[in-house]
Ligand binder design. Structure first.
Ligand code: NDP
Ligand code: 2IT
Length: 451
């Protein structure tokens, strides 16, 4: 990058930090994109004139509201909820809802900003948003979760709609919570429409939606490997997390002949050198699904598996690493271990899995590194396909959804290659994903004039 571009980035970031103080995750996400697109903007008078970088980093609006609800003992409780409607230049706002005690505005702005780019890459008409609440679902009864979801929707319903904003799941929000929220929306709005995605199959949900983010990460990994003449068959893989994305990534990886040797949750990780086969995976789905148990139980059940309390799995030597838990879960020292152990590919199931120094280390080492906005787009792709089915009032078969998912992931990979191929033949997937995504949104914004 030229010195002039560096100076522009630093000046821009100083302004962004001043306008958005104390939002480190949002700053990190914007800087990641600014480093890719600034040289391109400097070469383009039209984008410069349109103040495109400043406008793209300012959310269209943010809704903040209180959610009051009653727990099982009759105590009144209050949480804070947000919906960040970041950009609807290329389609109605779209993005997940997160329920986690650490949820805050900085995290949701980073996620909404990333979602704008991810959704652009899909080629579907989807704008970018994210929302959630600082509600901790852990230890709550099903009735408490239902009351919380119903109460949240009493405010949120007036800000969403199938042509306005279409929320979905994320950490702490799965099919159960989406169905609670959809039921309440339907009652309040008296409309049965595709206003939320990730619904149950009996009421407008799409086949393969539950599996889509995890499957998509593996499809993207497959595409990166194919380009260098390799395949998943026979490879070992470390996976973090044991939620929706992690478990279905393990499922697809195993189907393709790979062997997942780790899995984790917020308490630590499991190393199973024998691999997590289909039977163990079914048991894990029950443990982390209906039972909402701790991952440590895995080591009590399977002899050769070990539990590593409070640790992450990145020191285990593997061919592929799939971080699928949370942001910044691969620090620089983790990236150093992965590179020292000759990891071939890393694809981000979680959003912004890698800290900034880790990203640069992986790129410098020419690791096949797929950033979340490209690698984990499978979730929102299946959401977009669910919206299409709802609008058509026509459900599609499992094969139809999976074929489209696979094909769109392949197209995203091709876009990353087209925009990120380097003179030495390697691909910088970060630059590729950011540029390809940016051009579509920026061109729409320029076409609209000063709106
Ligand atoms: P889930 O709630 O289903 O699972 C989250 C998993 O990550 C759990 O195993 C959880 O452990 C662990 N985890 C959560 N927070 C932390 C933390 N701070 N430190 C360590 N472990 C943590 O979420 P998803 O699988 O849906 O989401 C995982 C990631 O994938 C997120 O970054 C999300 O934004 C991203 N993503 C999700 C998509 C979706 O459609 N669901 C689509 C694309 C990306 P525990 O069980 O102990 O809480
Ligand atoms: O991070 C993500 O892409 C998601 N949580 C899915 C968003 C969606 O609208 O399906």
């Amino acid at each position: 990058m030229s010195d002039a571009a560096r100076v522009v980035i630093e000046r821009f970031m100083r302004g962004l930090v001043r306008r958005n103080p104390e939002e480190p995750e949002f700053h990190q996400a914007v800087r990641g994109v600014a480093e890719s697109i600034t040289p391109y903007i400097l070469d383009n008078q039209g984008y410069r004139h349109a103040q495109i970088a400043e406008r793209l980093t300012e959310p269209d609006r943010i809704i903040i509201f209180r959610v009051s609800w009653e727990d099982d003992r009759g105590n009144v409780r209050a949480n804070r909820a947000w919906r960040v409607q970041f950009n609807n230049s290329i389609g109605p706002y779209k993005g997940g809802l997160r329920f986690h005690p650490d949820c805050n505005l900085s995290v949701l702005k980073f996620l909404a900003f990333e979602q704008v780019f991810k959704n652009s890459l899909t080629g579907l008409p989807l704008g970018g948003a994210k929302g959630g609440a600082n509600f901790n679902p852990k230890g709550k009864s099903e009735s408490e979760v239902m009351r919380f979801c119903h109460s949240l929707m009493v405010e949120m319903y007036r800000h969403i709609g199938d042509d306005i904003d279409v929320p979905a799941g994320d950490v702490g929000v799965g099919q159960r919570e989406i169905s609670f929220m959809f039921g309440q929306y339907k009652r309040l709005a008296n409309r049965f429409e595709g206003v939320l995605t990730g619904k149950g199959i009996s009421h407008g949900g799409s086949l393969v939606h539950t599996e889509s983010a995890g499957y998509g990460v593996v499809y993207f990994t497959q595409n990166m490997l194919e380009r260098v003449g390799r395949e998943i068959e026979g490879m070992t893989c470390s996976v973090s997390g044991s939620g929706n994305v992690a478990l279905y990534a393990i499922e697809k990886l195993t189907q393709l002949g790979g062997k997942a040797v780790t899995v984790s949750d917020s308490t630590g990780f499991i190393h199973d050198p024998d691999g997590i086969d289909a039977d163990k995976l079914e048991w894990l789905k029950e443990l982390k699904g209906a039972r909402r148990g701790r991952i440590e139980e895995y080591a009590q059940r399977y002899d050769r598996a070990t539990f590593h309390s409070g640790k992450r799995p990145w020191a285990v030597s593997v061919d592929i690493a799939l971080p699928c838990a949370t942001h910044n879960e691969i620090a620089d020292e983790d990236a150093r271990s992965l590179v020292a152990n000759d990891v071939l590919a890393i694809a981000e199931g979680s959003n912004m899995s890698c800290a900034p120094r880790a990203v640069h280390r992986l790129i410098d080492a020419r690791t096949l590194y797929g950033p979340g906005k490209a690698a984990n787009a499978g979730g929102v792709i299946a959401s977009g396909l669910e919206q299409s089915q709802n609008a058509q009032r026509m459900p599609w078969t499992r094969e139809e959804v999976d074929t489209r998912l696979r094909s769109i992931m392949r197209t995203i990979h091709a876009k990353c290659v087209a925009h990120g191929e380097q003179p030495d033949g390697s691909v910088n997937y970060v630059v590729g994903a950011n540029l390809a995504a940016f051009v579509k949104v920026a061109d729409a914004m320029v076409a609209y004039g000063a709106v």
